[in-house]
Design a protein around this ligand. Sequence first.
Ligand code: DX5
Ligand code: ZN
Length: 225
Amino acid sequence: MVSKAKVLIAPSVLSADFADLGRQVREVTEAGADLIHVDVMDGVFVPAISFGEVVVDAIRANTDVPLNIHLMIQEPENLLSTFAKVETDQILVHAEACSHLHRTVSRIKDRGNQVGVAINPGTSISAVEEVLPLLDMVMVMSVNPGASGQSFIPQSLDKIRRLKAIIDQAEYSAQIEVDGGVKADWTAQDSVKAGATILVAGSAIFNDRQSIPEAMKGMRGCILG
Ligand code: DX5
Ligand code: ZN
């Protein structure tokens, strides 16, 4: 089993209060976020439009932890100079959105960024297998992308387990990230047991029920517990 100490929490600012974004990003950074997950949606690959370069720049200006930039963009290769412009940021593209996945992944690496590939719940692991040796992260979507606050799809756990077996067997270095519906409960715990080492959490961290530090503490405690 993966060492529990190595599990990273990546709060997704999609659930933050955008009228107070800078303060919320600073607060979640102080509360121990390992990465800040940033959901860029183009209204084509997913129905919604979230935000673009200006907001990503504003988020970056308010934190010193790396951004984990999730590009829900059709053909993201066309926009790499926009989003992969700071080397410490991690760039994630969708296998389903890239006509030439190997080339897109290689170009991100050439820019000096860590690179990940995300796969939707309906997409098989085989869609990412050929580029797996190149990746720093492979992201299992545990909801259909497009919105925060959806329920974790339980079949994602088996997908994480199968990916972990492939990665271990081939001794690849890709970490497994899970995104969607992760809460401070069985969804986080079972994802870690299955092999995930990066947990994205949006509505579990930014919500009306708890403060950001309380929510971060709850998530951390749940993983360690
Ligand atoms: C969904 C996004 C997620 C989302 C997670 O399309 O990729 O990152 O913000 O939010 P929760 O944790 O609320 O499902
Ligand atoms: Zn995301």
